[in-house]
Design a binder for this molecule. Structure first.
Ligand code: UDP
Ligand code: GLC
Length: 384
């Protein structure tokens, strides 16, 4: 089996990082995850017995709006970490970059250490998400240095190619999940609903880091247009410094008089339990979602899900078949769908059951890991 050096810039467990845990696990006896920041992601890797090393103690600053010159300036900042990675990489067969800064570092380190590079693309490289400069840097590094790009959805691949990325390098592999982890017993669900005082309510859960593009404000606006018994749980925290947005959400709750109908739970590790305790999960991103782990997770829990119809979400959800789709940024439409779910509970339950069955096959982590292993074998195996 191949020895892989995984690289990820984040110390915090976002979706790309949670995905990496599942990808690295089969290689845990011969891989290393190199992080560019310390934090709770490191602990999660350790709990999963995946070797991890923090390679930089100071946060690397590459701002969204940075110009090409600033971009080059931050390359200078990256020099020590590039040297470190290039040295470590000589002990491995392959560098696997899981984020954009990891791609930049991995690209140069791959050149220096003569090790092949894989880029796992978790982002939609469009102007809604990234500056032109950052798009250009990512595409150039990938085209020039990567032997394989793994896109987390068709939407991410399409945006990559549109930004100038090489289609011939790119394969699509969805995130994988262990369906067992999402089967929560009825008594646990009942207890959790009691603990959170949710009895008698129609609970809409939103599971995501708090960030403007994740659109929690759209759900709050929709909630104000729903019957009184509809309440919301906002699960997740600002992971990347979006404190202004957090403040604005709290203001919005009081402006709309929703204090009794909205709970902020912060970052939680019991997502399957919480999702199972919800009557509906809402995904409300106002920019295209590259994949949307929370959508699949809701399906695996058997909880109905409504998602913003854009990006990877439309590859996951077929309206009225395994969930519901709402136009992004339209609270009125979202409110109508929520209300319909509340009123047509039988139809909604059938759709959720469908979703649970199909998602547990389509996104089974064992199958997804096989796909990745085959791609790596085909591109980098001994008998290639
Ligand atoms: N998540 C979590 N705790 C929280 C909120 C979210 O563990 O409080 C997880 C969630 O279950 C999902 C991931 O974070 O697996 C978010 O991934 P997603 O692809 O939905 O969005 P991203 O944040 O990566 O853009
Ligand atoms: C990124 C994307 C998210 C995706 C996750 C895992 O964090 O924002 O949509 O689900 O990666 O691929």
């Amino acid at each position: 089996m191949m020895k892989i050096l995984f690289l990820d810039q984040s110390g915090k467990p976002g979706g790309a990082e949670l995905c990496l845990i599942d990808i690295a696990k089969p290689y845990s006896d011969r891989c290393l995850v190199g992080l560019f920041a310390d934090g709770s992601f490191k602990n999660l890797l350790q709990e999963n017995k995946i070797p991890v090393q923090v390679l930089a103690t100071q946060a690397i600053q590459v701002r969204k709006e940075s110009s090409f010159a600033q971009g080059l300036g931050s390359l200078g900042q990256l020099a020590p970490i590039i040297t470190k990675v290039a040295k470590i990489a000589r002990e491995y067969d392959l560098i696997y970059a899981n984020t954009q800064k990891a791609l930049v570092v991995g690209a140069i380190a791959s050149f220096l250490s003569r090790r092949p590079l894989v880029y796992h693309l978790h982002d939609i490289l469009s102007d809604e998400h990234f500056s032109k400069t950052n798009r250009r840097i990512a595409v150039t590094c990938a085209n020039r240095f990567a032997s394989l790009v793994i896109a987390n959805s068709q939407a991410s691949k399409t945006a990559f190619v549109k930004a100038g990325g090489r289609a011939d390098l790119t394969e699509i592999v969805y995130n994988g999940f262990d369906p067992k982890n999402y089967l929560i017993g009825e008594s646990d669900v009942k207890q959790l609903r009691q603990e959170l005082s949710l009895e008698g309510q129609f609970v809409v859960g939103h599971f995501s880091r708090l960030a403007p593009w994740k659109g929690q404000h759209i759900l709050l606006e929709a909630l104000a247009k729903c019957p009184q018994e509809v309440t919301a749980l906002l699960v997740g925290d600002a992971l990347f410094g979006e404190q202004d947005y957090v403040d604005s959400l709290h203001r919005q709750v009081s402006d709309l008089g929703l204090e009794k109908r909205v709970k902020f739970l912060g970052f939680r590790s019991d997502i399957p339990q919480l999702m199972s305790a919800c009557d509906l999960v809402a995904h409300t991103s106002i920019s295209p979602e590259p994949f949307g782990r929370v959508i699949v997770e809701a399906m695996l829990c058997g909880t109905p899900v409504v998602a913003a119809a854009s990006g990877g979400a439309i590859e996951l959800v077929e309206h009225d078949v395994n969930g519901f789709l709402a136009t992004p940024g339209k609270p009125q439409e979202l409110a109508q769908i929520i209300t319909a779910c509340l009123q047509e509970s039988e139809k909604t339950a059938t759709i959720a059951k469908n979703a649970q069955i199909t998602a547990s096959q389509r996104f089974d982590v064992t199958i997804i890991n096989q796909q990745i292993a085959e791609l790596l074998e085909r591109n980098f195996g001994n008998n290639k």
